[in-house]
Every structure is written in structure tokens, then in C-alpha cells.
Write a protein of this length. Sequence first.
Lengths: 384, 145
Amino acid sequence: MNLPYQPGFLGLTPGHIILIIAGLVFIYLAIVKKWESYELLPIGVGMILANLPYTGLLVEPSPELGPAQAGLLGILRYYGIFQFTILPQLIFLGLGAMTDFGPLLADRKGFFLGAAAQVGIIIAFFGALALGLWGVADFGLREAAAIAIIGGADGPTTIYITAQLAPELLGITAVAAYSYMAMVAVIQPPIIKLLTTKQEREIYMKPQLREVSKVERIMFPILLLVVVSLIVPGVAPLVGMFAFGNLLRESKVVDRLSHTAQTAFIDVLTILLMLSIGASLPAETVMQPETLMVLGLGLVAFATATAGGVLLGKVISRISKDPFNPMLGASGVSAVPMAARVVHHEGVHANPGNFLLMHAMGPNVAGVIGSAIVAGVFLEMVLR
Amino acid sequence: MLNIGIILMFSWMYAVEIALSGIITALVIMVFMVAIMRLLQIFSEKYDNGQPATESPVSKEVVYGGSSSDEQLVVDRKAVAAITAAVTSFLEEQVPSYKAGKITVSREPLPTTSKINWKMAGRKNLLQNRFKLEKIRRNKQRENI
């Protein structure tokens, strides 16, 4: 058939159609179910665009190409993620400006819960390595580390690490991280109920928190930046931007910068990053058996992270002189603020007089720091 | 075969090293941050006169709900002092400058459909020569308006 140009439908494969439908499902979940709408909607659109044949949108810039021959999504992916990994780093600035460390500083037990929840990363790491060693999947140290970070429940960290360690898994690990973050309310409650007794879930905690001074609020991001960067230099870009954003917020002298970082800045970055992630899911790379394994391992990582936090919560509950609800450990999974909301909801369900939201926000933001630290160690040691 | 086994063993050992390093580093940093922030809190309370610059999410000492036996409403002394000071200040500064004048009570007539109001409206129209103007308009004598 002689046609003046090549229509897209001639290049459609079953894989393309499946992923276009998957993109539509993401858009449906974002609009109708309101699951992680800010992420899933642009990812869904990116997936559809990436799987329309002959558009040229995914063509990455290279010296061999002439001017204006690279595609929009290819340029975004190349410069924003693979070449400079600038998008996930900058998005941390906005996240820092949006984060209130007050609950964490008021009750410092949250720091330990944020670290304990990273056990999910370790479990998934060994799971991926085992699949690689048994020859089930082509996973080495780099791939295992990238997959394991899904357990940190932190999208930008997952993208940052995967882009450097296993770029071919970028799309699927990022989608797994954001999808499971959206499904926290489904994944966590059964694990919490399995690991805690009714009496433990009913433990009442007074809703008030210690008042945090301005000195503490200002010094915390500065100290965090210095301490973490000195111990794990590989994670300085993430923690540095996170601390800088938080300092903009807490200093109270640059309200316009803080406001911009929390709104327009992070919104623009979210659009660019999520479109790039969606564009990293063409049928040619996704329709592999490894994809299902990554999704499975991600789920294991998420579940074990929740379990690790709850188990440490039980230990703290036993030794703490003040009443401590062990469910708070589940909020150490750094899906901010969904994990904290789930714990609060479960707390109210068990004891209608309980108000755990602010107690849960502490471990929740500590989880972001914890997952970034573990990711930094992985990056340093795997790339060595 | 033996070589592959050795490589696998070293690979696993290095993986264990990575995993342990990750979790231990996270814990060490968290412990370090807890210690530093505790020191900073002590410093802050000592040299900042314990003045909180920012409010906690839930006001201190105000307890509501709950199932514990000590459930009660405790009013924050600082809040009481602040409210008392504000009220006192208001009374001292505002009351002396206030001069009470003659108080009159007036009421805007509410629109009703009672006969009296219709009469009042008719009289008002007469006063405004509305009928005359209407008659002129109907006779198309606009030039006389």
C-alpha cells in the first residue's frame, strides 16, 4: 500500500494497545478515584504518547541527529533524568518547602521509626538478587538496588537511583513506587492488623505535641544537610535540596521563594518529571517478564517496610514510659502523607477518641530522610 | 564450577555488606540527629527563654477526647494570661476614649403589601408628579417634560 506518509495505526502492536489501555486506567484512577492524581494523570498521558507509533516523541538528542529532530519526551528524559538527573533533585527542593518537621522534632522517636521502615528496601534487595542468581531474571547488584528503593516509598529517590544504576528499569520502578504509594490505604491496614493486637491499636496518645522553637526549626535542615552529606556524600543532591527547601520555609524571611517552591516550582517539575516517567514505559521495554517481577518485589518491599516499622513500634511501645501506639511504626514508610493518614484512620477506627495524625507525621517525614540515606549508601557502594 | 561458586559467594557477601551498611548508616545518622536536636532543644530552652516561636499543631495542655481516666479540659496558663492581657489592654485603651451619646433606635420600614403602605406609595407618587408625567407621556407630549 503506497501512502504519502506512514500512519500511526499501521505500527500498532498488541503491546502498544495494552500500554495505551494501561495509560487510560491511570488517567481513570487519577480523575475518578483521585489516587495520586498529580502523578498518575501525567504518567498516564506520557504512557499513551510513548506508545503511539511513529510520533518521534521519544527520539533522544544525539550528535548524529539534525536540528529539531529529537522528540519532546526524548529531550525531557535525556536532559531531565538520564544525562543530569536534574528533575528528581530539584523536586526535592519543593518537597522540603512543603514539609513540616515540627511533629518529628517534637517527638524524636519518629527518627527511629523512619529508619526501621527501610528494612523493606533490604528485603527487596535480597529478593531481587536471589531472582538474579537463580537465573529467573537478569538482575545484578545495580538492578537489585534500583528495585529495592521502591520500598522506600519515595518517588523522586527511586527515580534518582534507578536513573543512575539501572536506567532501563526507570519507568517501571517509578510507576511501581507511585502506584504503591497510591495504594497505601489498601496495602498497610491488613499488615498493621496482622502484627498488632486490638489492645495495642487502642492505645490512646494525647494529641498535643511539644512546642518546637524557631531555633530548632531553622537549625534542623542545616544540621541535616551537613551531617548526612558528610556521612553519605552520594545523597547530598537530594538531602541538600530537601534541606534548602525546608530552610526557605522555616526562615520566614523569603516568603515569596518559599511560596513559589511549594507551588509553581514543584508543579512545573512534577509535570515534566511525570511525563518523562510515562514516556519511559514504551511497550518494547515494559512487555518483559521482568516487569512483573519488579512490581512483585516492589509490593514485597512496601509490605515489609510497613512490617518493620510496626515491629519497632511494638518494641518502643513496650519500653516507652508514655503510652505509645505501635501502629505509628507503619507511618515510617515515607509515602507522605498517605501513610500517616492511614495510621490515623486505623487509630480512630480502633479508638474513636484517638488523634494520631500529628504523631504519625513525624515518622512519615523521617522516612523520607531514611530512604534517601539508604539510597545514598546503595549508590556509593554499587557504583564503586 | 568452583569459580562460579566463589564469585557467587563474594557477590552475596558484598550484597550483605551493602544492605547492612545502608540500614546501619540510616540508624547511626538518626541517632546522631536525635542527639543533636536534643542538645539544640536544651540550648533553645535555656537561651531562648523557652519562648516557642511557632505553635505546635495542637495547642499545649488542651486535651480533648480520649479514653484515659485523666481525660479533662486543662486550660493553658499562657493562653489565659495572653487573653487576660489583651482584654485588659483593650479596656484601658478603648473605654476612656469612648463617649456615649444619645441613643436613638430607628427602624427602616419593611416593604409589605398592607393597604396603608399602598396608600403611602400612592401619595408619594402624587407628590412626585408621577401621574402627571405619565399622562404627558401617554399623550406623546414629550416635549413638555
